[in-house]
Design a protein around this ligand. Structure first.
Ligand code: SF4
Length: 323
C-alpha cells in the first residue's frame, strides 16, 4: 500500500500565527494562501538599500499574501487582497534565472515566509540550473519556529522588518501580540547565521534591520532603536524608512488606534529619529530621505507597478511577458 506523502503545508506553522491548518487540503489560515506559490510581480528594483541594489539593481520577486497583514500596508493589493498568479516551482526557478539574465545583483524574495518550503525547492532547482547569485530574504520578521535555520540553507542576506517591540501596539496594528518575542528571536538568529561580509560595495552576507517610522509613534521608534543598539549594532546594519503614506479611508481603519495615520511623518519626527540614532550611537546603516510629497506606493494592477524609474518588470501576474 502506498503511504500518502505529507505536505509541508499540512498543520501549517510557517509563521508566528501557527494556524495548524492543512493548506494542502484546501484550508486557509491567516495569510489566506494555499499550498501553491503565488507571485504578483518580479523585476529589477532600484529602490532598495544601495548595498543590495548595486549597479545592476536587485532581482525582486513579490509574493502574494502576508502573515501580518498590517492595516496600513502600502502593498495591500497583494498582501491583503491576494492579487497575483499561481506558479509552479520550475516556473519560479525560471523567473529567478530571467532576473539573473537581466543583470540582477541578487534574487530578492519579498514577503515569502508563508511559501518557504516551495521557495527553498525553487531556489535549489535554480541553483542546479546555474543560478549563482546571492539570495536576499526580505520579510516582516514574523518567522515561525525553525524558519531561520531553514532559511540559512539558501539565504545570504536577511532584510527583515522590526516594526515594534510593544506587544499592545503589535496587537492593535496587526493582531499579533507575540510579534515582539518572535521578531527578537528571529533577528538574533539571523545575525548569528549571517555575519556581515562585503564584496566591494555590495553586501554578500549579513543582516539589515528595517524600521518604518510611523507618524505619532515616536516612542515606538525609540524602543526599537534602543533594542537594536543594545543587541545588534555591531553585527547588523539598520535601515530607517520614512515612506509611510496614508491611503484612502485610513481614518476609519485606524479609528481608536494610537498614532496619527492620516498624515505623513513630520519634519520634527524625522529630526527626532536622527537624534535617537545619535543618542544610541548607531552609525552603520541607511536613512531614507526626509518625507516629501511623492508617493512610493506601488500599483500591482499594472506591469509598471512602481513609480518613476524605481523598477523594471521582468514577470507580471497578468501575462508571462512583462510590458
Ligand atoms: S503561514 Fe502563518 S498565517 Fe499562513 S497558514 Fe501558516 S501559520 Fe497560518
Amino acid at each position: 500500500m502506498n503511504e500518502k506523502k505529507s505536505s509541508p503545508y499540512s498543520l501549517c506553522s510557517l509563521c508566528g500565527r501557527s494556524c495548524g491548518i492543512d493548506r494542502s487540503g484546501g484550508e486557509r489560515g491567516f495569510c489566506g494562501m494555499g499550498p501553491e506559490l503565488r507571485i504578483a510581480w518580479a523585476g529589477i528594483h532600484r529602490g532598495e538599500e544601495p548595498v543590495i541594489c548595486g549597479a545592476g539593481g536587485s532581482g525582486a520577486v513579490f509574493f502574494s499574501g502576508c502573515t501580518l497583514q498590517c492595516f496600513f500596508c502600502q502593498n495591500r493589493q497583494i498582501s491583503r487582497d491576494g492579487m497575483g498568479r499561481e506558479v509552479s516551482i520550475p516556473d519560479f526557478a525560471d523567473i529567478c534565472l530571467s532576473l539573473r539574465d537581466r543583470g540582477a545583483e541578487n534574487i530578492n524574495l519579498v514577503t515569502g515566509g508563508h511559501f518557504l518550503p516551495s521557495i527553498a525547492r525553487g531556489i535549489a532547482l535554480a541553483r542546479r540550473r546555474g543560478l549563482g547569485l546571492p539570495v536576499v530574504w526580505n520579510s516582516s520578521g514574523y518567522d515561525g519556529p525553525g524558519a531561520v535555520e531553514a532559511l540559512a540553507d539558501f539565504v545570504d542576506v536577511f532584510v527583515p522588518d522590526l516594526k515594534t517591540l510593544d506587544g499592545a501596539l503589535a496587537s492593535a496594528l496587526f493582531g499579533a501580540p507575540d510579534y515582539p518575542g518572535t521578531v527578537r528571536n528571529a533577528l538574533t538568529r539571523m545575525a548569528a547565521a549571517r555575519p556581515l561580509s562585503f564584496s566591494g560595495d555590495s553586501l554578500r552576507s549579513g543582516l539589515i534591520v528595517r524600521h518604518l517610522v510611523l507618524p505619532g509613534l515616536m516612542d515606538n521608534t525609540r524602543e526599537v532603536l534602543a533594542w537594536f543598539s543594545e543587541n545588534l549594532k555591531d553585527r547588523a546594519l539598520i535601515s530607517v524608512m520614512f515612506q509611510y503614506t496614508p491611503m484612502e479611508g485610513i481614518e476609519n481603519a485606524a479609528a481608536g488606534l494610537p498614532g496619527s495615520w492620516s498624515r505623513r511623518v513630520s519634519r520634527a519626527e524625522y529630526h527626532e529619529t536622527l537624534r535617537l540614532l545619535d543618542l544610541f550611537h548607531i552609525q552603520e546603516g541607511f536613512i531614507q530621505e526626509p518625507p516629501g510629497l511623492e508617493s512610493l506606493t506601488p500599483d500591482f494592477s499594472r506591469a509598471a507597478s512602481f513609480p518613476g524609474n524605481l523598477a523594471e518588470p521582468v514577470w507580471f501576474h497578468r501575462g508571462t511577458a512583462a510590458s
